[in-house]
Design a protein around this ligand. Structure first.
Ligand code: NAP
Length: 279
């Protein structure tokens, strides 16, 4: 039976540390502020934004919400970002994705001052991740690295297989594992014989977005399995990409869903926001 990597536990410890850092900044007369922009009525986005605001409150970060209607134009959104870029009360800017289809997401990401880009999606920060010299790390992969560290799971020399090559999870995840000296492979929908690849993994990260995608026969005995997926199963229950019940019998460590990677993602957003003030 695998040891459970509890995102809740790691997150609680990290949030306590962040809270102390915010208090330290406050004692020097510095406030920490995060602007959260949400456009339209996507119900999942509303839940994420509410959770982010609640987490900010918990650690003493001021959050400023900008809830814009679905019909907001790209120009209006870019104008708001321009204002927030020069607003001294705002240290971090987060624009909740996805945006309505008439808005070019990359144009919006590019408009955010890279020093306030707490999602680390701006090409400036993406470039720094490639170089391995960074201020902000994308929240989900950074949260995973924190969890590995917390559980003393060494990456150096290990074979790491990441399933998924998105800009927000798969690619930066591979870069962070590489920085820690893992031997990294990225798999995707065109990978041939996926199972052959995943069976070589000492550390397997699943970021696919398909329930029950990773089955026990795809996992090496004793592997560390990180489940990034956030899906709904047939009963409408939140679940990951990994068949938890069967894989936990083979893995040495595993993250559950919920309670694994999810809580860490928001925690790393708080980390980036505090860092924006500290640097
Ligand atoms: P995405 O942009 O849809 O990327 C999914 C990746 O999976 C793609 O690279 C795709 O390959 C690959 N893929 C799809 N089918 C595959 C197959 N049959 N075999 C191998 N690879 C396959 O998704 P994402 O944004 O990275 O998110 C992935 C999952 O993580 C989603 O469930 C999302 O909700 C979740 N997520 C969770 C958190 C969290 O905080 N827990 C944060 C972010 C995302 P191609 O590139 O070839 O299409």
């Amino acid at each position: 039976m695998a040891e459970i990597i509890s995102g809740k536990a790691v997150s609680a410890a990290k949030r306590e540390e962040i809270k102390n850092r915010v208090a330290e900044l406050n004692s020097k007369g510095k406030q920490v502020g995060l602007a959260v922009i949400i456009v339209g009525n996507n119900s999942a986005s509303r839940v994420y934004v509410n959770n982010k605001k609640k987490a900010c409150e918990e650690v003493g970060i001021n959050s400023y919400e900008y809830a814009l209607p679905e019909e907001t134009t790209q120009e209006e959104l870019l104008e708001l970002i321009k204002d927030l870029n020069t607003n001294d009360e705002v240290n971090g800017i987060l624009c909740q994705l996805p945006l309505p289809s008439h808005i070019d997401e990359q144009a919006v990401i590019n408009a955010i001052d890279h020093k306030k880009d707490v999602d680390a999606f701006h090409p400036f920060n993406v470039g720094h991740i490639m170089i391995g010299d960074y201020t902000f790390l994308p929240c989900t992969p950074a949260g995973i690295m924190e969890m590995l560290k917390y559980y003393n799971i060494s990456v150096s020399g290990k074979k790491c297989v990441v399933i998924g090559r998105s800009n927000i999870v798969g690619k930066p995840m591979a870069m962070l594992l590489l920085k820690e000296n893992g031997t990294v492979e990225i798999c995707h929908s065109r990978t041939e014989n996926l199972k052959e690849e995943t069976l070589t993994a000492d550390i397997l990260v699943a970021a696919v977005g398909k329930a029950d995608f990773v089955t026990a026969d795809m996992v090496k005995d004793g592997a560390v399995v990180i489940d990034v997926g956030m899906n709904r199963n047939k009963e409408g229950k939140l679940c990951g990409d990994v068949c938890y019940e069967e894989v936990e019998k083979k893995a040495s460590f595993i993250t559950p869903v919920p309670g694994g990677v999810g809580p860490m993602t928001i925690t790393m957003l708080l980390e980036n926001t505090v860092r924006a003030v500290e640097i």
